[in-house]
Design a protein around this ligand. Sequence first.
Ligand SMILES: Nc1ncnc2c1ncn2[C@@H]1O[C@H](COP(=O)(O)OP(=O)(O)OP(=O)(O)O)[C@@H](O)[C@H]1O
Length: 325
Amino acid sequence: MEAGNRDGIVVSLHEISKHYGSRKALDGVGFDIRDGEVFGLLGPNGAGKTTLLECLTGLRRPTAGSVRVLGHDPGSRAPELRRLMAVQPQEAALFPQLSVRETVDLWASVYGDHERVDEVLDRVGLAAQASQRVKALSGGQARRLLLAVTVIGRPRLLVLDEPAAGLDPQAKEHLWDVIRKQREAGGTVLLTTHDMNEATELCDRVAVLVGGRIAACDTPARLVSALASTSTVTFTTPAGTDLGSLDALPGVTAVEVKQEAEGRRSVQLRTTDADLTLRRIAADERLVASDLDISRGGLDTVFRSLATESAGSQEAARTKKEVTE
Ligand SMILES: Nc1ncnc2c1ncn2[C@@H]1O[C@H](COP(=O)(O)OP(=O)(O)OP(=O)(O)O)[C@@H](O)[C@H]1O
């Protein structure tokens, strides 16, 4: 095992705050990332995700708190850390005149131990473009190349800021494959994403950052079972049907008519017991219900409620402060 992660902790953040003048971008953030985890950082625009990644990769110094990455202070720019942690570079780091293979060869030459160049090109979906010049690549292809140069040195920790942004579905598959291979090889991944499906599919744990604070941190499944308690049930019924009985069904918290057309009415219910609600609707002959459907709460439901709740409580705290001042 590598020095610095004997306790199985690759990243350790404790009470991190970062202020830009009077703006608090991060406010007492703390969590650990374990060896071999794919860890997702989620949060609405402006939540502080990039700032946190910058503190973690040594690009910024936090105003307060401590960061350890593989046993090092990232601000120290330890050469050991540069070898162990790979951060996806910006497009400006690429030389337009080089070919795709020459680019990856060049990055590989920096590392003593590295993956086979052709194997990595294949993994990111650029095998067919290996001889093409960088300047002739499309935006999505250039992002694949950036991913290739990030993983070529077999990093212990891979840090990716919104890696899926701007990728087509096939390129996303390649990205997910790269991330899964990193985990299979025993590596750790930290990524930010706005895609809840991606977070659910890929991440072992996620932290939801809202207004510079951690609103929740757990596995996607545990967050969903703890926080996304309601599901949506929809069905259609003949227009004019009496819907009065629906409110009284066990678990139902809201009933809404979504649409009425051609003698049919589309009804949507929020419920904490989707299976029971569905059975009762199907069994109620007066409803003549058809097109019954359930949409269970997922990580997107959790995300929306955490973002709204935290934004609401921060607004309330600000108002209270203004009132008392
Ligand atoms: N260099 C800076 N100077 C001043 N304020 C900044 C600076 N960088 C970020 N901020 C502010 O800090 C807050 C957090 O920004 P950050 O870019 O970390 O958010 P983010 O979660 O990455 O957002 P996004 O999802 O939009 O990329 C925002 O309010 C932003 O305006």
